[in-house]
Write a protein that binds this ligand. Structure first.
Ligand SMILES: [Zn+2]
Ligand SMILES: [Zn+2]
Length: 62
């Protein structure tokens, strides 16, 4: 995604660190919630992925 300036997205979706600028590859599904850094429950399917944060709900993507 381009131009992501949301200040709430303060955690890396690749490792969950608040100080990491982002180490996950674009094509990888997020493994940690960008908002809280909590580990997501990720289910990957041929059509995309479904990642669920206990606090922030479900994220889906290609
Ligand atoms: Zn990271
Ligand atoms: Zn969350």
């Amino acid at each position: 995604m381009d131009g992501v300036t949301d200040v709430t997205a303060s955690h890396c979706t690749g490792c969950g660190s608040a100080s990491c600028p982002g180490c996950s590859r674009t094509l990888d599904p997020p493994r940690f919630c960008a908002e809280c850094g909590r580990r997501l429950t990720v289910a990957v399917s041929p059509g995309g992925y479904r990642a669920r944060c206990r606090d922030h709900g479900e994220l889906t993507g290609p």
